[in-house]
Design a protein around this ligand. Structure first.
Ligand code: ADP
Ligand code: MG
Length: 478
């Protein structure tokens, strides 16, 4: 199946995939989001600069900025974001054809093979699957019996929440949803019931499946991969997406052979391919003539050095445009790309923190708090204690030390912390953790999350009390 070039207006942003992750069931096609288009209709009262008009309110000023025409952008800025699924995916024709061929039997009501899609980060895996999902949904109506459930396992802590999220993605009403508090067995049978109620072919996309296995092992994949023996009217195929090429080495041979029925590799892009991807996107996003020669080439060259990551290339272009706007420039120049590159490292850290699963965020926050207090390495035992206290304060049931130890490794592999083994006499060994990110950027990023906000530090404005929960005697005034 060729990539779809159907009649999508250039400035109609697709609903973000994050939204699909929270409600992963079918997104109605053609469900346009009002206001997704940057050139929205003016808001009444937004621009009141005419003489004699009352001064604009803060809201009015914000509205005016939002609705004022950008010199650079043609329409929605979402076009340069990861969540936007472009209508064309150059240099992925072969992968699109393979995945579409494998999934095509679903359109006839037959169960497709399970697929494992793997390749480094930013090689278009999520985008290709999202595009094929849209294409399949365009060719089926809701009653025709193909249902996609798409989850990003990176945001999910436990097998329990994985099953609950799958089930709730299939729930048609609030009353069908599975509440927290049921036993794992009950969630599992509830999920099967919801699958059978939906019936037909269920295509379960487990994005970042490698992170699920690193955290929770492969038992849950075993359960899912043999669920067809227990379903009555529905049948499930799994589309696993992994950023880790060696991921299958870590799973049980039975699970591996089931998930691996078909394998599709996504190689990294080279600089020329990245240029094509960026040019397409730039054409959609920017007004004609505002991107100087050399801008696309430079973004592509930087990203090609970073493992051919298209996400990095797009982020550079987006940031370069923001830098140009900040300079009130009429064009984006190669110098803006250089500035963007310097900013990007910090943004990547902050974005990375925002997408961690809940308990991992709490753990990182606990580590940052301890490190901020001590400015010194923290031992894993102490980290676990602070995590547990923080989780309890937030009303969460703390995870076991073992899961937290896996999260420590994950935070380390993301480059957010460094853990070194230290011996503690008599053969005892533990890990000492050092924070590897700027605390001043990372803590506020985590505090933006409603999960962390209740224990976050008050904004340093005016006189506020900061309760030091670990030591209430040391409550500081800001
Ligand atoms: P992965 O899932 O492999 O990490 P994504 O699918 O999230 O990568 O791609 C990262 C970003 O790059 C997304 O914004 C995506 O739309 C874009 N992208 C990747 N490959 C292409 C391509 N061939 N054409 C256009 N955009 C692409
Ligand atoms: Mg992805």
């Amino acid at each position: 199946m060729p990539p779809s070039t159907e009649d999508r207006p250039l400035d109609a942003a697709e609903p973000p995939q994050n939204a699909q992750a929270t409600n992963p069931a079918v997104t109605p096609i053609g469900d346009r989001h009002p206001g997704a288009n940057g050139a929205a209709a003016p808001v009444p009262g937004a621009a009141s600069s005419a003489p004699g008009n009352p001064p604009p309110s803060a809201g009015g000023i914000l509205d005016a900025i939002l609705t004022s025409k950008s010199e650079l952008f043609r329409g929605s800025r979402e076009i340069l974001r990861d969540s936007y699924v472009p209508s064309r995916l150059p240099h992925r024709e072969e992968q699109i054809r393979r995945v579409a061929e494998i999934l095509a039997p679903a359109l006839r009501g037959d169960l497709p093979s399970n697929i494992l899609i793997y390749g480094k980060i930013g090689t278009g895996k999520t985008a290709v699957v999202a595009q094929i999902r849209q294409d399949i949904q365009r060719r089926t109506d809701l009653s025709s019996g193909v249902t996609f459930v798409t989850l990003n396992c990176g945001n999910i802590d436990t097998p329990y929440s994985l099953l609950q999220t799958i089930a709730n993605g299939l729930a048609k009403s609030e009353a069908d949803r599975i509440p927290t508090g049921w036993s794992l067995d009950r969630v599992q049978s509830g999920m099967r019931r919801l699958m059978d109620t939906r019936g037909g072919i269920l295509l379960l996309v487990l994005d970042e499946i490698d992170r699920l296995v690193a955290r929770s092992g492969d038992n849950i994949l075993y359960t899912l991969s043999q669920i067809n023996t227990e379903l009555e009217t529905a049948r499930l195929a799994i589309i696993g997406i992994s950023n880790d090429l060696k991921f299958t080495n870590h799973i049980d041979a039975r699970v591996r052979s089931r998930l691996n029925e078909e394998k599709v590799l996504f190689p990294p892009y080279d600089a020329m391919q990245l240029q094509d991807i960026l040019r397409d996107r730039a054409r959609e996003a920017f007004r004609e003539g505002v991107v100087d020669p050399g801008v696309v080439e430079r973004c592509a060259a930087y990203a090609a050095l970073e493992n051919g990551d298209a996400r990095r290339a797009l982020a550079l272009l987006r940031l370069a445009a923001e830098m140009a706007e900040r300079d009130r420039a009429k064009r984006i120049t190669p110098d803006h790309v250089v500035k963007a590159k310097n900013r990007l490292e910090q943004d990547i850290i902050v974005d990375c923190c925002r997408t961690l699963p809940p308990h991992c965020k709490v753990l990182l926050y606990a580590i940052l708090q301890s490190f901020e207090r001590r400015r010194n390495g923290v031992l894993t035992g102490e980290v676990y204690d602070s995590y547990r206290r923080l989780a309890e304060r937030l009303g969460l049931q703390p995870l076991h030390a073992r899961s937290i130890s896996n999260y420590v490794s994950e935070l380390e592999s993301l480059g957010l912390i460094r853990a070194t083994i230290v011996s503690r006499g008599r053969g005892g060994r533990t890990r000492e953790i050092i924070v590897d990110v700027p605390i001043s950027e990372t803590m506020p990023a985590l505090e933006e999350d409603p999960l962390i906000a209740p224990v976050g530090r008050p904004k340093p404005r005016g006189q506020m009390l900061l309760t030091n929960f670990d030591n209430p005697a040391r409550t500081d005034t800001f």
